[in-house]
Design a protein around this ligand. Structure first.
Ligand SMILES: [Zn+2]
Length: 255
């Protein structure tokens, strides 16, 4: 990502994060994020410690910080191995406190954390787990959303209520439309298949499903997405009420 340049005497937003996305485990994405001003590096979640170490070595980056979104083993399972190997500090959501190992700082909704000169705002988005948080970088127009929202989909409601998950999605939907969303899984094909069956006459859904198929046929990732794209084709985000959201989520669970 580039650095903001003056335009007509005014500065556009600064983009100071270099983001490295790579597939790991069955269908997870790992993310390494480097603050270009200082060279500080964070891992968003720890799905696979060995793969993250390999990617760090390939990039020539040194890990400073681990940012967990929630406690599930394919998100926090590599914490201790990575901390042992790199000495990185670990930040994690207070609401999943009893289930995450190696943590140096517990995060609350509204906390602002720094990676070098870049800043992330913590948004508590429960439903998938009690404590699930997002990391939103407003200046960079991006967010790491873990398992809350996926392209054309959303996380299963394991621990919270349907109302909580609906509210969490609406919070994401309220971010600026150009915000890039880095989802933690490549679930788009399955999500698109469900959406096409649930809303067979919806042109936005059909168009996106075709695009996803073509992208995957070329072996390319469909992540990241944007808030605007999800408003257009995500049936879970488009649900206006808790009842409407619940109906879509239950239909997907049974699909
Ligand atoms: Zn999860």
């Amino acid at each position: 990502m580039g650095v903001g340049k003056p335009t007509g005497g005014r500065y556009i937003w600064r983009m100071t994060l270099d983001i490295h996305q790579f597939p790991c485990l069955q269908d997870n994405y790992g993310f390494l994020v480097r603050d270009t001003a200082t060279g500080q590096v964070a891992a968003i979640d720890t799905p696979d410690a060995q793969e993250i170490l390999r990617q760090l070595q390939q990039k020539g980056w040194t890990l400073d910080l681990i940012l967990n979104t929630h406690w599930h083993p394919d998100h926090a399972g590599g914490n201790v191995a990575l901390k042992t190997a790199t000495g990185a500090h670990i930040f994690a959501p207070i609401g999943d406190q009893d289930k995450i190992e190696g943590v140096d700082r517990w995060l609350h909704d509204g906390d602002i954390i720094s990676l070098g000169q870049s800043q992330f705002e913590v948004l508590h988005c429960p439903g998938h787990t009690h404590g699930h948080i997002l990391y939103h970088a407003p200046q960079e127009r991006l967010a790491f959303v873990g398992d809350v929202i996926f392209k054309m989909g959303c996380g299963r409601v394991f621990e919270g209520t349907m109302a909580e998950m609906h509210h969490s999605l609406q919070r994401i939907g309220a971010l600026p439309p150009e915000t890039t969303l880095y989802c933690a899984h490549e679930y788009s094909e399955a999500n698109a298949a469900f959406a096409c069956a649930y809303a067979p006459d919806d042109p936005a859904v059909q168009t996106s499903a075709e695009q996803i198929q073509a992208t995957r046929a070329q072996g390319q990732p469909t992540v990241p997405t944007t808030v605007a794209d999800e408003h257009a084709h995500n049936l879970f985000l488009r649900a206006k009420t808790v009842a409407e959201f619940t109906a879509v989520r239950q239909a997907k669970d049974a699909f």
